[in-house]
Structure formats: C-alpha cells, structure tokens
Ligand binder design. Sequence first.
Ligand code: FAD
Length: 402
Amino acid sequence: STKPKIVVLGAGHAGLTTAKKLIQKLSPEQAEVVLVNKHNYHYEATWLHEVAAGTISPNDARVMISDVINPNKATLVYDTVVEIKKDEKRVVLENGDITYDYLVVALGWKSNDFGIKGMGENAFAIEDIDSSRLISEHIEYQFAKFNNEENADPDSLNILVGGAGFTGIEFVGELADKVPQLCRKYDIDRSKVKIINIEAAPSILPMFEQDLSTYAREALEERGVEIRMAAPIKECTPEGFIIGEEKELVKAGTIVWTGGVKGSPILEKSGFDMVKGKVNVNPDLRMPDEEDLFVIGDCSWVWDNEGDRPYAPTAQLAMQEADYVADNIIALMKKEPLKNFVFDNKGTVASLGHSDGIGSIFSGYKLTGKKAAAMKKVIDNRSLYLVGGAKLVLKKGKVRPF
Ligand code: FAD
C-alpha cells in the first residue's frame, strides 16, 4: 500500500503524546501509526522518586498503554529497541525488525555517572519502574533486617543520595516522609537513621532562584535531611561515597545516584552525532540532514530562539515537542512547510514530600509550602488527564475526590 508508516519509539511523555496527537489528527486510512515501547505500560517518569521512596506504589505511577491508545487506531508493539538503521529506514528490535517512512525517537534518558569510579556498580539509580521499586524494597529490607541482627551495622539504615538537582531533592523530600513511617513499622528510633544528600555545587536546585532553593534546603534540614554542598563525590564503594580532597567516607546501607542523565544509549549505538549525551536537533525537531527523522524528549537538545542555550529537559518540554512533531509529520505528508518549535514555559514546581514544595510559575510568581505542594498535585493530575482523561485522574490522581 502507499499509506505512510509513522513509527514512534518510546511511550514516555514525548512518545505517548506524539502517538495520541497523530491518531487524533490522522485516520487509519491516511497513515499507519506504530508505537513501540519496552513494556505494555506507560509510567509517569516525574513520579519515580515517589516509587523509589515507597510513598506511592509502582501501580500508582503506571498505566496500560492499551487503556489510553485505542489499539484499533494504532499498532502497539511491546518490544525493546536495539538499534536504529536510519540509512535503511529500519529499526532493529529484540524480536524482529520494523521499517518506517517517518520516525520519532523518544526513548528517554538513562542515569549518567560522568565516569565516577564505582558509581555504576555500587549505587542504585532512579530510571524506570523496576529500578525505582528496587530502591524502595532495598530500603525497607534494611529496616526489616535491623532488629534481627545481633551486631547490626548502624550505618545500614542510612540513605545516601548523590546529587541535589530536581530528582535528588524531590527524592529526599519523600524520604523525609517515609523514614518516620518505616521507623514506626520496624520499631527503630528515628535518630538512628540518617538521610544524607551530597552535592558538588555550592547550592541545591540550580534551576530555581536563590530564595526558593534556600527555602527548600532549610525545610528539608528541619525535617532531618542532612545536606552537604560543595562536596564532590570522588568515588562510590559498596560502603558509601568518598567525598572531597580529604577522601572522607560517608557510609550508608542504601546508596542512590541522581546526579545526572543522558539520552538513551540507543542513540550512540545507532551512530548518531552526540553532544553531551544527546542529539542536537534543528528548530523543526528533525535530526540535521534528515528528512523524516525526529528526535524529541530527553533524547535531544532543542535550542531556544536566541540559540544560546538548550531548553532544560522536562516532561513539560517533551509534551510540547510532541505536539509540534505530530503537526510537522502531517506537514511533511502534505508537502507543506514545517513549524519551528517555540517553548511555552508554564513554570516549575518541585515537591519536598507530600505537603511542602517550592515553585516558580506564570513568569516569576513564587510559591512555597502547602500551596506549592497543592500546585504540584494539580500539575500531576493534569499530566494524568493528558494521558488518559478524567477516568484516569479519578483512578490514580493525587487529590482524590473520594
Ligand atoms: P521517558 O519518560 O524516559 O520515556 C521513555 C520511554 O521509552 C519509556 O516508556 C521507556 O520504557 C521507553 N524505552 C526506553 N528505552 C527503550 C528501548 N530500548 N526500547 C523500547 N522502549 C524503550 N519534568 C517536569 O517537567 N517536571 C517535573 O516536576 C519533573 N520531575 C521529575 C522527577 C523525577 C524523579 C525525574 C526522574 C524526572 C522528572 N522530570 C520532570 C523530567 C521528566 O521526567 C523527563 O524530562 C521526561 O520523562 C522525558 O520524557 P521522555 O518521553 O523523553 O522520556
């Protein structure tokens, strides 16, 4: 048939939104839309720190793809991408190959340890549902074990988090809620447990203005989180982090690295030109010199209008890019001009556990405390709404009406 085949790789915020928009705008007679994803579910990547802390269950953060994408309108392929052969317009999957006319690469991110010795082997990373669940199970096991051992190692209860960016800070915020619950459950004194965040830079949450990041640090410290800034991690051993020039060893039974991300390793494997772990794309979101290949979400860098810096990778950005890609693919099909991406920044809110947070919204309006926490839940529900409508918000939303 002459019907074009549009293949979308990844069902994160970028890929799922692209597929949804395409099937809204194109009938199955006009094009075949194929969505390829490793699992049969989509997860809210922005909620993974809660899964990792155990403050929500893995099922709260995921939704079956076939519940939100009509399988009569798109072909759903649950398989793992191994390599993209762009010169042959072909994608190699673990269980077969797939050809395309138009390709959208939205395979997301992986943890980046910047080559810090021992980090990959000895620290957990928050990357997907499985790796996040492993962290909460590991923490709970340390608590469950403690009173059953004669000479239990007191450091085994400590939780060490490397990196004070968005993920690291939101994660320790959840831990500050979770640890007291675990202490009650396993009959352990709260004073025995340390939650320690280690950051190389002299401040935390660099994406927020100073007064908000100071608020966040003080609020977390009040709730028992130790935050050590200007403390570069030199190495990670099975016992903990070695930090600073003095090579101080900070010990913990649970070690988590949240200090950086890079684009999916499939990009490099496919021989794409990489800049700092991602692909630089043109303003129309295509890979340079490629007619039919788009790279979006955390796999690419999109430069702002002034061209002096790339937009920070966020779910908000990924979903807006997806809108443009769907329109640009349709424009290509009609041989019409493509649109250049323009980001409409709605602001950023970081949670600090269930009932605290910081935010900067509507170009400069600042929020802290309960208001920010409430705003975060509104944003989380809105994201669910975009994925699966009101039904999904009722089922898995953060502020439930009942
Ligand atoms: P992903 O969400 O990573 O989706 C990639 C998809 O591809 C996944 O479904 C994955 O299973 C699939 N996949 C990966 N590899 C393969 C393969 N080889 N084969 C097949 N399928 C594959 N952003 C915000 O805007 N606001 C926030 O408050 C915020 N908070 C965050 C908190 C945390 C804890 C984290 C980790 C991130 C946060 N972010 C936030 C960033 C945001 O989550 C990412 O920018 C966003 O997830 C990027 O979307 P994506 O679709 O590119 O990638």
